[in-house]
Design a protein around this ligand. Structure first.
Ligand code: HAM
Length: 424
C-alpha cells in the first residue's frame, strides 16, 4: 500500500502555513508585476520536449539529467516544464504577440518539475513566480526586471538578501571565454570530475558552476579570469547602461564578475538573489536576458529579459527572518442548529450570507454550550444559534466570541454586524 499512502519523494502537499506563505508571495508578485503593466499568462505544465531541449539548452544540467520526460500514446516526447521561460516564449510566438505593441510584459505562477536530489530548499515539484518582457533589448527593461524582482522580495519584509549582478556577454564573447577556459583547463582534464570533463567539450563555462570539491579546488588554484573580463564592447556598454539605471533606481546590488546561470539561453545581463540563511540552496531567484531564445524556438527575433523566484525558498527565507504571512482567512460565523429538523435551515442561513461572509454550519443538532465550543474550535469569530423561535421569526441569536456580546437579530442585521467584525 506504500504507493497510495504517501506523496512522491520531492513533492509536497501545500496547505496551512506553507500555503499562506505561498499566497503572500504570489500576491506580492502579482501586485508588483501588474503595477508595471504585466498581464498574467498560464502556459501548459507539459510541452513538447524540444521546447526545453532547444530553449533551456542541450548542455544545461536541466536538460542533461533533470527533466521528467515521457511519451504520449502516439510516441511523441513530452516533458513536464522545468522552468517557465521557454514555454512563455513558445506562446509569444504561437499567438503572434510580436504584432502587439512591444514590449509585451507577462507574469506567471505555477509548479515546475526537476528531477534533482531533494534536500532543504530543493524539491522535484517546486513553484515559481516569474516575469518576462519580450520585444525589446533596451537596458531600461533589464533594470526594470531586476528592480521588480528585488522589490517583491523586499516588500515581503526580507532584508538578508544579496543581489548579484553580472553579464554573460554576447554569444561571440562567450565563445572567446569558452576557448580561454578550454585552453586553461585542458591540461588538467584528468583532475576534473566526469561531468566537468564532458562540460570541457560542450560548454566549459558550466565547470565554473560545479559543486564538485575537486573541480572547485582546481579552479581556485588556476586563478581563472571572470566572464566579465571577456565582454565585447556592445555587451559592456549594455552592462554599464543597466548598472546606471539600477543606480538611479536605488536598487542595491553587487557586481559578480563570474556569474554563471544554469540555463543556456542567457546573453548579457544575468543576476541572482541569494539569502544569507538558506545554506547550500541559497538562490531565492534569478534571471537574465535571452535575446536569441525566440529564434531557437522557430520564431522571429524577439529579445527578452526576465526572472523567476522560487516560492518555497522565499518562504524558507521569510521563516528564517521571523516573517509570518497574513493568516489564511478564518470563519466569520458558525451556525448551530439546536434541533435535528433545523439542520437544513442552517444550510439555508449560511448560504444566504455567502460569499460576503465566510460561514459554516453544524451538520448535527447541538446544545448551545457545545455549539459555542465547536464554533471556537473552528476559529469562527461569531456563533449563531438557530432554535425553533429564531427559525419562525427569521432571526439568529449571534454571539461575538471575542467580546461575549450577544443579540437576537433579523438575518440582514446579522450580515451587517458580522460583516463589520462586531465593531458596529
Ligand atoms: P532558475 O535559476 O533555474 O531560473 O530558477 C529560479 C529559481 O527557482 C531558483 O533561484 C530557485 O529559487 C528556484 N528553484 C529552482 N530549482 C528548484 C528546485 N529544484 N527546488 C526548489 N526551488 C527551485 C529559471 O528558472 C529561469 N526560467 C528564470 C528566468 C526567467 N530567466 C529569464 N526569465
Amino acid at each position: 500500500m506504500a504507493f497510495v499512502t504517501r506523496a512522491v519523494k520531492g513533492t509536497h502537499d501545500l496547505f496551512g502555513k506553507p500555503l499562506a506563505y505561498h499566497r503572500a508571495i504570489v500576491d506580492a508578485a502579482r501586485r508588483w508585476t501588474e503595477a508595471a503593466g504585466a498581464a498574467e499568462i498560464a502556459t501548459p505544465i507539459f510541452e513538447f520536449t524540444e521546447v526545453f531541449e532547444r530553449g533551456v539548452g542541450p548542455t544545461s544540467d536541466i536538460v542533461q539529467k533533470e527533466m521528467f520526460t515521457f511519451s504520449d500514446r502516439a510516441g511523441r516526447s513530452l516533458t513536464l516544464r522545468p522552468e517557465g521561460t521557454a514555454g512563455v516564449v513558445r506562446a509569444y510566438n504561437e499567438h503572434g504577440m510580436k504584432v502587439w505593441p512591444q514590449p509585451v510584459r507577462l507574469w506567471y505562477a505555477g509548479p515546475m518539475f526537476r528531477a534533482e536530489r531533494p534536500q532543504k530548499g530543493r524539491q522535484r515539484q517546486f513553484h515559481q513566480v516569474g516575469y518576462e518582457v519580450l520585444g525589446s533589448d533596451q537596458a531600461e527593461l533589464d533594470a526594470e526586471a531586476v528592480a521588480l524582482s528585488y522589490h517583491i522580495l523586499a516588500s515581503l519584509g526580507l532584508r538578508k538578501m544579496r543581489l548579484l549582478l553580472g553579464s554573460v556577454g554576447d554569444p561571440a564573447d562567450r565563445e572567446r571565454y569558452n576557448a580561454y577556459l578550454r585552453e586553461l583547463l585542458a591540461p588538467h582534464a584528468a583532475r576534473l570530475s566526469e561531468d566537468s570533463r564532458r562540460r570541457l567539450v560542450t560548454n566549459p563555462m558550466r565547470i565554473l558552476d560545479s559543486k564538485n570539491s575537486g573541480d572547485r579546488a582546481l579552479l581556485a588554484e588556476l586563478d581563472v579570469r571572470p566572464m566579465l573580463a571577456f565582454l565585447g564592447s556592445e555587451a559592456k556598454a549594455h552592462f554599464e547602461a543597466v548598472r546606471a539605471r539600477l543606480d538611479a533606481l536605488g536598487v542595491p546590488y553587487e557586481v559578480d564578475p563570474s556569474i554563471v546561470r544554469g540555463l543556456d539561453y542567457y546573453v548579457r545581463t544575468s543576476w541572482e538573489i541569494h539569502h544569507d540563511e538558506l545554506g547550500a540552496q541559497s538562490a531565492l531567484g534569478g534571471g537574465g536576458r535571452y535575446d536569441g531564445l525566440s529564434e531557437l524556438l522557430g520564431g522571429p527575433p524577439a529579445p527578452g529579459v526576465g526572472w523567476a523566484l522560487g516560492i518555497e525558498r522565499v518562504a524558507l527565507a521569510m521563516e528564517a527572518e521571523g516573517l509570518s504571512p497574513a493568516p489564511l482567512p478564518a470563519l466569520d460565523l458558525y451556525v448551530v442548529p439546536l434541533e435535528p429538523a433545523l439542520v437544513p435551515r442552517a444550510l439555508e442561513v449560511a448560504s444566504r450570507f455567502w460569499p460576503d461572509l465566510r460561514v459554516q454550519y453544524a451538520l448535527k443538532a447541538r446544545k448551545p454550550g457545545k455549539g459555542l465550543q465547536e464554533a471556537e474550535k473552528k476559529g469562527a469569530r461569531f456563533a449563531g444559534l438557530l432554535g425553533p423561535d429564531e427559525a419562525t421569526a427569521g432571526t439568529l441569536t449571534v454571539k461575538d466570541l471575542e467580546t461575549g456580546e450577544q443579540h437576537t437579530l433579523p438575518l440582514e442585521e446579522v450580515r451587517e454586524w458580522v460583516g463589520k467584525g462586531g465593531r458596529a
